[in-house]
Design a binder for this molecule. Sequence first.
Ligand SMILES: NC(=O)C1=CN([C@@H]2O[C@H](COP(=O)(O)OP(=O)(O)OC[C@H]3O[C@@H](n4cnc5c(N)ncnc54)[C@H](OP(=O)(O)O)[C@@H]3O)[C@@H](O)[C@H]2O)C=CC1
Ligand SMILES: CC(=O)[C@@H](O)[C@H](O)COP(=O)(O)O
Ligand SMILES: [Mn+2]
Length: 394
Amino acid sequence: MVTRHISILGATGSIGLSTLDVIRRHPGRFSVYALTASTRVEELAVLCREFRPRFAVMADPEAARKLAGLLSDVPDTRVLGGMEGLCEVASAPEADTVMAAIVGAAGLSPTLAAVRSGKRVLLANKEALVMSGKLFMDAVAEAGAELLPIDSEHNAIFQCMPADKIRDPEAAGITRILLTASGGPFREHTAEDLRTVTPSQACAHPNWSMGQKISVDSATLMNKGLELIEACWLFNTTPERVEVHVHPESIIHSMVEYADGSVLAQLGSPDMRTPIANGLAWPERIDAGVAPLDLFTIGRFHFERPDLVRFPCLRLAAEAFEAGGTAPAVLNAANEVAVAAFLEGNLCFADIPVIIERTLVATPVEAADSFDVIFAKDTEARARAREQIGLLTV
Ligand SMILES: NC(=O)C1=CN([C@@H]2O[C@H](COP(=O)(O)OP(=O)(O)OC[C@H]3O[C@@H](n4cnc5c(N)ncnc54)[C@H](OP(=O)(O)O)[C@@H]3O)[C@@H](O)[C@H]2O)C=CC1
Ligand SMILES: CC(=O)[C@@H](O)[C@H](O)COP(=O)(O)O
Ligand SMILES: [Mn+2]
């Protein structure tokens, strides 16, 4: 058994901690090369004491100074700071695998650094791919990186496809991808109710325990919109061949339909350690610490169509993908700004799609010719989204 040397970007988050839980179960198989976080210094210090990585990186330079102080008696671990430090550990030759689990656009540069260094990249940070689409996939191909989907739906789809036809589903006889969605905590709320829901209600996902930003995305259905775009890039397909099925139990993580009428599905308890273990050990299977599925207790599965009137974010994402160029980067930036404003109590939940739509209208689409164009659009769209929030709240 060859030991994999892993850098975890976003180690203190929900995906980061689940990744470390799987690694903890297989001491000979995995070794931790680097752990990174943004501001949660104490949490990263505790993880460093347990896993003894060669590097620990705080995106925030002041936090990096604090971490160096906390780890002054841990000589095995060198502390770095800032985006430079993140990119350095993501591309270091000593690591062969990178878990990309930073939330949002902040993950794009370090994830890209890992891709360009030809690593096995375990992609949880869907925003990086949504923002840069073709540029990102071209970088994967050019560097010969091994991109494995960690997002539960995409990992399920990956498991239901022949491994050598991931980028050529038609050649595999695949006719459709059935992307499942829980519907989020407000699936049965009226449009009126959606005006008064709180951040803590939005973050209380019915089935998954996740970070705040993705939890709000699940509640607006923007998560499914981002995942629709993610599926199109990962599996080289079009939105017409991806159909969202609301499945409130979150047990079927997605399905793949074949020309002969077969539909293959991947099922499991809603626990991210399953797709994470799949990516870490692929093509082998290892224990993830996940309890066996008890279908007798679950009893029934339900399916319904998404309601695009109450949850317009899914429509907005499909339209941005259709518009192409920099539109998905604008969608993503506006969503990040709107979700942050909602979490801070400065925007009503029902106005999240309003801000995104107005930002998309106000920001001209350009050809996505380079990553520089994407980063510039991201900055421009954030400023426009903040302007729109200001207009709405005066
Ligand atoms: N949670 C889940 O089950 C799933 C998550 N994903 C995706 O995985 C990614 C991570 O999600 P999740 O784990 O829930 O998020 P969390 O908010 O729980 O964790 C985010 C991690 O990123 C770090 N971080 C935040 N901002 C920055 C920044 N500006 N620069 C560098 N690091 C930063 C955080 O550090 P700190 O702790 O210091 O703030 C933390 O380690 C997202 O893209 C999400 O969409 C996909 C499928 C499922
Ligand atoms: C665990 C995971 O992959 C999340 O993206 C999850 O899918 C969120 O659930 P819904 O967006 O389906 O509510
Ligand atoms: Mn998902």
